[in-house]
Design a protein around this ligand. Structure first.
Ligand code: FRU
Length: 482
C-alpha cells in the first residue's frame, strides 16, 4: 500500500508541477479555470467536506493512474475560501489485504475533538464502513480495528452498503449510509458514541418504488426548522440527485418526507455532499459529471471529472430548497459589463459587449409576447455552435439545449418552471470553459451541464420567438483563474 500510495502521490506531484509550469488551461480548451478538477486522472464524488481549523477540506473519489474510473483513492485539497484550492498528497489508498482492498469509496469527515476523522466505505466483495484519523488534517492513519461497521441490518445486501455521512447531534454521532431493499433505495441510520462502535437505529427513509433502486451518497442535515435528506439514486432517469425536505425524529430514527425536489435538473450533477462551515452556512458541492455520460472529451487530455461551484443551500419560507453560488466566487469577477434594457426579437440579438468562456451573468428577461426566449452561450461567430438556455412558455420549462454545443453528447435537459403572469425570468449563469451552471428564480431551479465547445466560441446572444420580449437587465463579469 505504501508503494502504491507513494506512487499515486508522485503522480499528483508531477501533474501539479506540470500544471504550474505548463498552465494546462492554455492548451486544453476544456480545463475549467476556477472549478475544482483533479491534477490528472479520474475524479468522481466529493468526499469528506469539512471546515477544519480554519481551512476548507475537499477530498474526492480519485483514480490517479488514468482518466477512467479505477481503484478508488481519496484525493485531497485545501482552501482558505472555497475558491482557491491547493492540491495535497493523496489521503487514502486501498490497503492490499485490508477491508478497503478493492477501493476507498465515498464517505465524510468530522472534527472529533480536534482530530479530523473520515468515515468511508471499504469496497470489496462486501462493502464495509472504515475510519481513518488525522490530527493535522494532512496525514491519515487507518483505524486498526477497521471495519468499524461490517454489515448492514438483516434484509439489506452487504454488497450495496456504502457512502457513510456522519454528523453530531443530541450528544451523539449519527451516520446515514446508502443501501437498498427489494429494489428500493434506502437510507440507513446509525448511532455511535465514539465513531468506532455503531448501532443500527432505523431505516430513516426508503423509496416508495418511484425514487430509485439504490440510494447512493445519502446526506442528512438540519436546515432552518426542518431537515433535508439528499440522495443520489440509481435506476432513475438520468440519475438526478433528489432533495427531500422533512423532519428527522431522533427518537425513532425516522425521516418524514414533506416535499420532494430535484436538486439540479441538468445532466451533470451527482453525488452532492454538504457540510456546515464555521459561519453556520450549509455548503454543497456536487460532482459536475454523470454516470450516464457516454462521451468524456477531456480524457484525451488525461483527466476527467470536475466539481460544481460550491453552493449555499437555504430553504424558502414555504420549505423549497434555494441554491446559490457561494459569494466568495465574486472575488474572481473582473471587467464588469452591462447591456441596457430594451426589447428584442423575434430573431437573434447578438450582445457584442458580452463575450467569454468564463463568465458570471445576471440576466432578467420579461418574455412579453414571445413563446420562447433563449440566452445563447458559447456561440461561434458563424452561429453554428451554441449552448442554448431556453424558456418555453407553453410547456413551462427552462432547458439547456446542448445539441449544437460542440464535442461530447447533445441532449436537451429541462426543468419545470412556470412563470406567473407578469413574473420575469431571473437567471444567474456561470460559465467555465466546459461547464454551464444556471440558477433561476433565486435558485429555486438549477441546471448544470458540461459542454465542450471550440475555444473560439465565446459569443452571447438573445433570441425570442413568436413575439417580442424585453431584456430588463443584464450584467456580466469575466471570472479569472484564482
Ligand atoms: C457514487 C458512487 C458511490 C461510491 C463511489 C465509487 O457516484 O457510485 O456510491 O461510493 O461512487 O467511486
Amino acid at each position: 500500500m505504501a508503494t502504491r500510495g507513494g506512487l499515486a502521490t508522485a503522480v499528483v506531484v508531477v501533474a501539479s508541477l506540470a500544471a504550474a509550469l505548463g498552465a494546462p488551461g492554455d492548451v486544453d480548451p476544456w480545463r475549467p479555470l476556477w472549478h475544482f478538477t483533479p491534477p490528472a486522472g479520474w475524479m468522481n464524488d466529493p468526499n469528506g467536506l469539512a471546515h477544519f481549523r480554519g481551512e476548507y477540506h475537499l477530498f474526492y473519489q480519485y483514480h490517479p493512474f488514468g482518466p477512467d474510473w479505477g481503484p478508488m483513492h481519496w484525493g485531497h485539497a485545501v482552501s482558505p475560501d472555497l475558491v482557491r484550492w491547493r492540491h495535497l498528497p493523496i489521503a487514502l489508498a486501498p490497503s492490499p489485504g485490508g477491508p478497503d482492498a478493492g477501493g476507498c469509496f465515498s464517505g465524510s469527515a468530522v472534527d472529533d475533538g480536534g482530530v479530523l476523522s473520515v468515515v468511508y466505505t471499504g469496497h470489496g466483495e462486501r462493502q464495509v464502513q472504515c475510519l481513518a484519523t488525522s490530527p493535522d488534517g494532512r496525514v491519515f492513519t487507518k483505524h486498526p480495528g477497521n471495519p468499524v461497521l461490517a454489515s448492514p441490518p438483516e434484509g439489506f445486501p452487504p454488497e450495496h452498503f456504502r457512502d457513510p455521512k456522519v454528523w453530531r447531534a443530541e450528544g451523539h454521532w449519527w451516520m446515514v449510509a446508502g443501501s437498498k431493499r427489494d429494489g428500493r433505495g434506502a437510507a440507513l441510520l446509525y448511532e455511535s458514541a465514539d465513531l468506532r462502535r455503531w448501532s443500527f437505529k432505523a431505516v430513516a427513509a426508503e423509496s416508495d418504488g418511484t425514487l430509485g433502486t439504490m440510494w447512493e451518497c445519502p446526506d442528512l442535515f438540519a436546515l432552518g426548522d426542518r431537515h433535508v435528506l439528499v440522495v443520489s439514486p440509481e435506476g432513475l432517469d438520468r440519475r438526478k440527485a433528489l432533495a427531500f425536505v422533512g423532519r428527522l425524529d431522533y427518537g425513532t430514527g425516522r425521516f418524514a418526507i414533506e416535499s420532494r425536489h430535484v436538486a439540479d435538473h441538468g445532466f451533470d450533477f451527482y453525488a452532492p455532499q454538504s457540510f456546515e462551515d464555521a459561519g453556520g452556512r450549509r455548503v454543497v458541492i456536487g460532482w459536475m459529471d454523470s454516470w450516464a455520460s457516454k462521451a468524456w472529451p477531456t480524457k484525451a487530455w488525461g483527466w476527467a471529472g470536475a466539481m460544481t461551484v460550491p453552493r449555499l443551500l437555504r430553504l424558502s419560507v414555504d420549505g423549497t430548497p434555494l441554491w446559490a453560488p457561494v459569494p466568495e466566487i465574486e472575488t474572481l469577477r473582473r471587467d464588469p459589463a452591462s447591456v441596457p434594457p430594451g426589447d428584442f426579437g423575434p430573431g437573434l440579438h447578438v450582445l457584442d459587449a458580452v463575450q467569454g468562456d468564463s463568465l458570471d451573468l445576471e440576466v432578467e428577461i420579461d418574455p412579453g409576447a414571445a413563446s420562447e426566449v433563449a440566452l445563447l452561450l458559447r456561440r461561434s461567430a458563424d452561429g453554428r455552435q451554441e449552448t442554448r438556455l431556453k424558456y418555453d412558455r407553453a410547456s413551462g420549462t427552462l432547458a439547456i439545449d446542448r445539441e449544437r454545443a460542440g464535442a461530447g453528447e447533445g441532449g436537451v435537459h429541462e426543468a419545470p418552471l412556470a412563470l406567473a403572469a407578469g413574473e420575469t425570468l431571473r437567471l444567474r449563469v456561470l460559465l467555465d470553459r466546459s461547464s454551464v451552471e444556471v440558477f433561476a428564480q433565486d435558485g429555486r431551479v438549477v441546471l448544470t451541464d458540461r459542454v465542450y465547445p471550440d475555444a473560439a466560441s465565446v459569443g452571447v446572444a438573445l433570441e425570442a420567438q413568436g413575439g417580442r420580449a424585453r431584456l430588463v437587465g443584464l450584467r456580466s463579469w469575466r471570472l479569472l483563474r484564482p
